[in-house]
Design a protein around this ligand. Structure first.
Ligand SMILES: [Zn+2]
Length: 222
């Protein structure tokens, strides 16, 4: 597997000057780091927790989480999603680059699908954070991403709801808009908690003939 190391290019003069004026800081502990978006060595080691989660859905074959939902990752995702700090996504991309070798290999021809956000939220936020986080990594892995799923309706944010409410909230929320028959799917999301969202996506994809469904999430509190 080709591994792209972060931080191998020399800083330009402008970057060096900017770094002097606004020293880049580790998003977890605020220690000074070389480049904007870098985690410091110490935090990077702590975050190195790529792991397999137990799947609770017959429609999902495998779930992999890249980092724990702590140590700066939680704040990072909140900044990207709710404070619209698009630039912070570079830290998330660095995590994926750093841990790429621990992320499993996927079947050839697998199709990447970002868990979609609603039209309303997309309009308000201006981007789907999941795409922002995973796009570069997918290019490194040579995995094609397509807009296969759309959200038919806006749903309440899941974090305030009980597991049962989450399931009801998300049920029937997705629609498949491209042909997925006999395709392996790599479902991508930013956070995995109860799994209600990805399980619902997987169910919908299976109903439309998808083959094996794998889930990769940037973080998880499991
Ligand atoms: Zn740090």
């Amino acid at each position: 597997m080709k591994r792209v190391a972060a931080g191998k290019f020399p800083l330009s003069l402008i970057d060096s000057l900017l770094n002097l004026l606004f020293p880049p800081k580790c998003p977890a502990c605020k220690a000074i780091v070389e480049r904007q978006g870098d985690f410091c060595e110490k935090c990077l080691k702590k975050l190195s927790k790529v792991r397999f989660l137990k799947t609770m859905s017959p429609n999902v074959r495998q779930i992999v989480s890249v980092a724990p939902y702590t140590g700066g990752v939680r704040e990072l995702i909140a900044d990207i999603k709710f404070n619209k700090q698009k630039g912070k996504a570079s830290s998330a991309r660095n995590l994926l680059k750093e841990y790429d070798s621990a992320i499993p290999a996927y079947p050839r021809g697998i199709l990447a699908v970002y868990v979609p956000i609603s039209k309303e939220r997309l309009k308000e936020r201006g981007f789907n954070q999941v795409e922002l986080i995973f796009k570069d990594w997918l290019a490194v892995r040579d995995i094609e991403a397509l807009e296969v799923l759309i959200r038919k309706r806006d749903t309440k944010p899941q974090f305030n709801l009980s597991p049962k409410e989450r399931k009801a909230n998300i049920e029937g929320a997705f629609e498949v808009v491209k042909d997925v028959r006999d395709r392996d799917i790599l479902l991508l999301d930013d956070i995995f908690t109860t799994g209600a969202t990805v399980y619902e996506c997987a169910k919908t994809l299976k109903e439309h003939g998808a083959k094996d469904i794998f889930v990769l999430t940037l973080s998880s509190n499991k």
